[in-house]
Design a protein around this ligand. Sequence first.
Ligand code: G3I
Length: 348
Amino acid sequence: MMRKYLVALPMALLMVSGAWAQGLKDAYKDYFRMGVALSGRNMTPEQEDIITREFNSVTCENAMKPGSLQPAEGRWNWREADRIANFCREHGIKMRGHCLVWHNQFADWMFYDAQGKPVDKKLFYKRLKKHIRTVVKRYKDVVYCWDVVNEAIADGPGDTPFRKSKLYELCADEFILKAFKFARQADPKALLFYNDYNEVNPHKCERICQMILDMKKRGAPIDGMGMQGHYNIHYPAMNELSEAIEKYARVVDHIQITELDVRANMQHGGDLNVDKKGEAITPEVKSKFEQQYVNLFRTLRQHSDKIEVVTFWNLTDRDSWLGADNYPLLFDKNRQPKEAYHKVLNLE
Ligand code: G3I
């Protein structure tokens, strides 16, 4: 109990002194919105204070995914998503909806009939349309954009540019077109995004851009590209990041960094099989970490005419999907701001 006050005391003193009145959202109000991915675990008074001070966009890390919301046909699990959505409603914070279609944490029951046999596309689309309509209409007052399709493009070259998921096996690429149309029908106003990782890689960037152009030709209302931003202390090079932003800007009108973290090892991307060990956080690694965040925000600010929101994936290292040892965020595992936070906050 005592430790909690010892942790909160420095923050309280800083806030009372006004030295910390400004958060990231205020420091970057002339560039882009600052967002954060949250789970129910973040809904405590101490963390809510950090969230409302630092951010003006919120994403549910897992609670709005198909498998989380509708784990079985007609069985809805709104609790965690509603808790976070109601927090955002109370504080006037808009949300990114994440996500409507993804091969991971999907509502896999949609692929099978009552006898466990694979369904045809017609029944699958009927179920998907109902899911998307139900979810999008429930949150349309607070969600300003949706990650409609997540990670549908293959990471490497192959006989198809698409990830060979269950979705692709049943529908080929048509599920992408259908998902965007269903989402548009459910909310004519929301901005609709395609979201992916390793998005800076020139070859994958090209595959994504080609898919977006093709889908838009076929009538998919794709408004934006979600560059996930799962980077590391060595990657990406800033010229590669700039080139990718410029390429996406040629195929969509809206670009966001949707899942930013910078891990202290050589891996990058959103693949789930991560090395949670990370490198020892030596003074050299810490300096590289800080420099990479400074480089990233300097580059993103240079493209603030195209980048509308930058969302961190998780609030603190303690929450990170990468594990705290990867040291990926601006707040450490004790929820204290790192030196990197102050460098980003006060970037010249
Ligand atoms: O909710 C269950 C719980 O009931 C169960 O006891 C527990 C143990 O198995 O698992 C819990 O589900 C976990 C879920 O997170 C909620 O905590 C899943 O196993 C776990 O795989 C899932 O990991 C999430 C991952 O997506 C897979 O969905 C991460 O938290 C989340 O940060 C990560 O986020 C993804 C983005 O959505 C898309 N881009 C890549 C990014 C990183 O993989």
